[in-house]
Each structure stands twice: as structure tokens, then as C-alpha cells.
Design a protein around this ligand. Structure first.
Ligand SMILES: [Zn+2]
Length: 223
């Protein structure tokens, strides 16, 4: 059994589901993406994504018209496996098509681009990466968006996950940037000698994600 959080941009609420790994992901048509497929190589029983990504999947999968192998989707940032500020830690990225030959994968890549369903598509040597990243990156070179009190959604989960992994508690793991999350951000900024903005800004994201990505589970990780 896993806890699946889904940020719903239509209501601006974070929804919470309890699902078995063989069940379909919330909002997914049929069983085209199970909880186990979304979890992929992550060992976590706490997962998050947003409704828009799941709706993009429905449109993409039904347009393609046949099964699509999902190799990697979700990971906790401390589990690593992707670069810092990867959209996989936000639960809005899918790596697909590993079972295809390069010649078979080319049309899948072309369809991912031409369908216009995804916000970002990138060909990889052995799969196609698609994601539904959102928000304006806090840093000029890209990455996660700036967050402050009142922010909600998948990037708040990453922020809270990173802060608690490093022992800056008080924020919990709920996808909602409230006073406790702000306090944890301020404590981290003081600890690191960063400007005390109380926001997940460019400098804070860079310092946090470079330390936490792939560091492994710590005693303070929220499980
Ligand atoms: Zn990827």
C-alpha cells in the first residue's frame, strides 16, 4: 500500500490517496499506468505527482493507441538516480520506451514532440524523457520554481523532503508551504549563511539540491 499525493491545479488542493501497487494511478484511464509503474525503481511508499501530468499521460497514451513501457518515473530526491532539480523528484516526469529499438523509438519521440501534450521532451540514448514541469524557474539557468508561504504542489514536496532529510524539521511532508515550512527554510538559510528570505529561491534550491540529491535515507527522512 502506498500513499499517493496528487496536486490538483483546478482546486489548488493536494489530494491524498491510499493505493495498492497494482491499482491504477488516480485520474489515469483504465490501467495504463499503475502505482507500481509510477513508483518504478523508487523504494518509497510515499509518492507525489500532479493531475496535469496524469491528464497528459491519458491524452498521450490514447493518441499513441498501444501500451507504452514506463522505465523510470518517480524518485525521492535523496534516493537520487537523476540530476539535481530533476523533474523526476517532482513526480511529473516519465522515461518511456526502453523496450523499443532505436528505430522503433524514433516515432515515439516524434509523437511526443508533435502531439504537444508535454511541456518538455528530451531524447535519451535508450529512452524518451517527457515531463510536465511547471512554474518559472527560480534560477536563470532553469530548475525548480521559487516557492514561498502559500505555495502548494509537487515542488513544495521536494523542498520539504530535502529539508527534513537534512534535519530541518517542522515542515512535515504535505505539499503545502505554511509557517512550519517557512521556519525550516529560514533555519536552513541561517545554517548555510544564505540570505534569509524565507523562500525557496535560486540560492536556496542550489544549496539544498546539491547536498540532498542521492545522499540516501537519513534518520530524519519522512517515511
Ligand atoms: Zn527522465
Amino acid at each position: 500500500m502506498a500513499i499517493v499525493y496528487v496536486y490538483n491545479p483546478d482546486t489548488n488542493l493536494v489530494e491524498k490517496y491510499y493505493k495498492g501497487l497494482l491499482e491504477a494511478m488516480p485520474y489515469v484511464s483504465g490501467r495504463t499506468m499503475t502505482v507500481g509503474e509510477f513508483r518504478g525503481s523508487s523504494g518509497s511508499n510515499i509518492l507525489w505527482t500532479d493531475k496535469r501530468m496524469l491528464q497528459s499521460w491519458n491524452a498521450f497514451r490514447s493518441g499513441w493507441g498501444r501500451p507504452i513501457f514506463i522505465g523510470y518515473a518517480f524518485k525521492r530526491i535523496w534516493e537520487g538516480g537523476h540530476s539535481p532539480q530533476s523533474q523526476h523528484y517532482a513526480g511529473v516526469a516519465l522515461d518511456i520506451g526502453h523496450t523499443l529499438t532505436a528505430a522503433e523509438r524514433e516515432p515515439l519521440y516524434r509523437y511526443a514532440v508533435d502531439s504537444g501534450v508535454w511541456n518538455f521532451v528530451e531524447p535519451e540514448p535508450r529512452w524518451v524523457h517527457v515531463d510536465d514541469r511547471s512554474g518559472t524557474p527560480a534560477c536563470a539557468e532553469g530548475g525548480y520554481p521559487q516557492l514561498s508561504v502559500g505555495s502548494k504542489g509537487v515542488y513544495v514536496f521536494i523542498l520539504q523532503d530535502g529539508l527534513t532529510a537534512l534535519g530541518f524539521s517542522g515542515s512535515g511532508l504535505d505539499g503545502v508551504f505554511g509557517p512550519g515550512t517557512r521556519r525550516a527554510v529560514l533555519d536552513y538559510q541561517i545554517n548555510q549563511g544564505l540570505p534569509q528570505t524565507g523562500m525557496a529561491d535560486c540560492a536556496t534550491w542550489l544549496r539544498l539540491t546539491s547536498r540532498v540529491t542521492g545522499m540516501g535515507a537519513t534518520a530524519t527522512v519522512v517515511r
